[in-house]
Design a protein around this ligand. Structure first.
Ligand code: DP6
Length: 326
């Protein structure tokens, strides 16, 4: 059967950075994210006797062998569950500009999990889809759900409780996020390598893991009470701890460029003028500014003055992964 699914990207407000099990891709800590309406991946999967191996077409072009193998390894999990040996043709497209330096693994693996499971005849619950998506990429487990989502680290060795749950749907609190693209260059150190190196070499890693519990609690509380200041402060705290951890690895990992730093200062400057805005940054140099809708145009206008920004994308809370007509 041929199946098409859409899944949206998400940005973590409390970051995932470190694994408790590499083979099953189990996170060492929980994380909380916002699924984004404007950024999504659309993926079509068809299993058949025809291809001699899994074939992946990404944004209209045959993917490189490394990405194709990663997708094939992921499909092995579905083949094992469905009891099929057939290979698949996968066609995947991101609606966000390629080369924008935005991570596509979260929306990519969530869309692939849903489309491939359905195409293989599996009828999985959202929790089981989240577990499956996690095997592709930890952050993908969260993109199964819309709105505000919490990833549980779980305690079971088989990882069946390391799944995401929805805290509130996308209509709960209409926050906005401005994504400022500071560079289109490929990131030098991917998330998996970066977090593994941080866990293996940073003396701060145990403190990062231990302190995440309080951050998750405070973030859940901030979201449920719609306390923007608390949400922003905890998001920055988690983000800067993660980057401090990466900086304290050996060799050190620095994801920021000079424009990233300039924008952090600019957002702090806006706050000093009474404009509520907070930053979060993932494993790359792009800045995401968390804001309330009534301030977003003012914030955009102020930040646009800073030279070197390649693109600004305004985003808002979006829905979970779903099947669509081809
Ligand atoms: C900084 O989900 O890409 O975006 O599980 O190894 O594929 P793997 O990692 P990935 O890591 C995401 C890291 C982050 C923070 C986050 O999204 O929570």
């Amino acid at each position: 059967m041929k199946t098409t699914a859409i899944a949206h990207a998400n940005i973590a407000l409390v970051k995932y950075w470190g694994k408790r099990d590499a083979a099953l891709n189990l996170p060492a800590t929980g994380s909380i994210s916002l699924t984004l309406k404007e950024l999504f991946t659309k993926t079509t999967v068809e299993f058949s006797d025809d291809p001699a191996q899994d074939e992946l077409t990404l944004n209209g072009e045959r993917a490189n062998p490394k990405d194709e193998q990663r997708a094939g390894k992921f499909l092995n999990l579905i083949r094992a569950q469905a009891g099929t040996g057939q290979f698949a043709r996968i066609t995947s497209e991101n609606n966000f500009p390629t080369g924008a330096g935005l991570a596509s693994s979260a929306s990519g693996f969530a869309a692939l999990a849903l489309a491939a499971a359905h195409a293989a005849g599996l009828n999985l619950s959202p929790a089981r889809l989240s577990e499956l998506a996690r095997r592709g990429s930890g952050s993908a487990a969260r993109s199964i759900f819309g709105g505000f989502v919490e990833m549980k680290p779980g305690v079971l060795p088989d990882g069946s409780d390391a799944v995401a749950v929805q805290l509130h749907d996308e209509t709960f609190w209409p926050l906005e996020m401005l994504i400022l693209i500071t560079s289109a260059a490929e990131k030098e150190i991917g998330s998996t390598t970066g977090m593994n190196r941080s866990a293996e070499t940073s003396p701060y890693y145990p403190a990062w893991v231990a302190s995440s519990v309080a951050d998750l609690e405070a973030m859940r509380d901030a979201i449920s009470r719609k306390d923007f200041q608390q949400l922003g402060e905890i998001a920055e705290f988690s983000c800067f701890k993660m980057h401090g951890l990466a900086l304290s690895a050996r060799p050190a990992i620095l994801y920021w460029n000079s424009l990233t730093v300039e924008l952090i200062h600019a957002v702090r400057g806006l706050r000093q003028k009474g404009i509520p805005a907070y930053v979060t940054i993932d494993a790359g140099p792009q800045i995401k500014v968390i804001c309330l809708p009534e301030y977003s145009e003012q914030i955009r206008a102020a930040l646009e003055q800073i030279s070197g920004i390649r693109q600004i994308i305004k985003t808002s809370p979006g829905p979970g992964a779903r099947l669509v007509e081809d």
